[in-house]
Design a binder for this molecule. Sequence first.
Ligand code: ACM
Length: 457
Amino acid sequence: MTLVPRPVSFAAGEGTVEHGVVETLFVDGPPQGYRLTVSPGGTVIEASDEAGEFYAYQTIRQLIGPDAFRVASIDRTPTMLPVCTIEDYPRFPWRGCMIDVARHFVPKHDLLRYVDLLSVHKLNVLHLHLTDDQGWRFEVKRYPKLTSVGGWRSSSRYGDRRSGGRTGRPHGGFYTQDDLREIFEYARQRHVLVIPEIDVPGHSQAAIAAYPALGVHGGDVWTDWGVNERVLNTEESTVDFYRNVFDELIDVFPSEVIGIGGDEAPGHDGSFVRQIAQHLVRRGRRPYGWDEIVAAGPLPAGTIVASWRGISGGVTAARDGHDVVMCPEEFVYLDYRQSSREDEPIPVGTVTTVEDVYGWEPMPASLTGAEPGRVLGAQANLWTEHLDSPRRLDYAAFPRLAAFAEVVWSPREKDPGFLDRLAAHHLPRLDALGVEYRPLAGPLPWQTMPGVPGFPR
Ligand code: ACM
């Protein structure tokens, strides 16, 4: 049997049936696609693959209602499903979210919860930004000071860096290699691929604090935010050090794609990035870097570029024959403020409302011929300078991440009913999941942070 589903089609039938045994058939069809048939005769999933089956089950939860998203049943009445047929498959293969676990560490159990939240939204990539100036979160057996020294800082800016305010409170944490293997496997079971990133040659002050010979100047793990001039030096010994670090990283992560950063490295010419990229290719992996690496070229074949400074880096990379992930800061930087209200907590960046995210079209209009096929998809980025707890992450991520999930899954045409559906159907699911999202009407009193300065643009 061949499955030729239409994207997100819903055909309602008559009445409801009791939710019982679900039968799955694997059939030929588009990757991650499924047809779900609910009838008085039973519920059948026809799935192209295991991801398609998993997504059909997420859809069944949506049909049941918000209580299906609680971790335990609270209802003694039979669970009912509407009679219907749903055919569905994703528009893009890469539907990602980056979480910066370096600026503020995200403890393992909270990260696992985010894996759950991504998978509920049919997102399938978790890009983990594991290192930055302010902290190194990946255990490296050969270089233990990366975490014992680089894994914590003495204090942090409280709010925008121009403010002068500091917490005076040490911050730190790291994942052991076995923690990361566990996170990878937990995510794999939920059809989320974890892609790790070690950022070079900028954003490396934590590593330099641990091993000063890596840097141009010394310095402690950074207690400030922003672009740091103190980058890695270009000594062969430093490149070798990082080859060893990446070797441990690829031993932990079976992911074909491995992040190398490459962003915001004042004074660097690209040779460092190229050498690390080539090393990964020799090891059978695909390097993945921020769009600054386009200028570091020629990059090895297979390199993937994340277009964050608008879309031009992605367009250039696609024209150069590289695969691309779109994540322009003006649409999908979810740490940016959600409205122009004065009571947005630590308002930074440009206004990025849930409507802005939903209205975004990831495919650059200027790509032609084979080039659009190089756009693997998109990712939303959660930088955590100002998100120091899971509650703050929830506020920044949701409901915008739900809007993003719909953009990368659904056909290009927008649904004018999106906000109504969000309010009527999806926010109650987030409530059941215990997500402390930003209400559409604005922050709750305890979600505001009076007096902590931002820097709105
Ligand atoms: C970035 O926002 N520096 C990738």
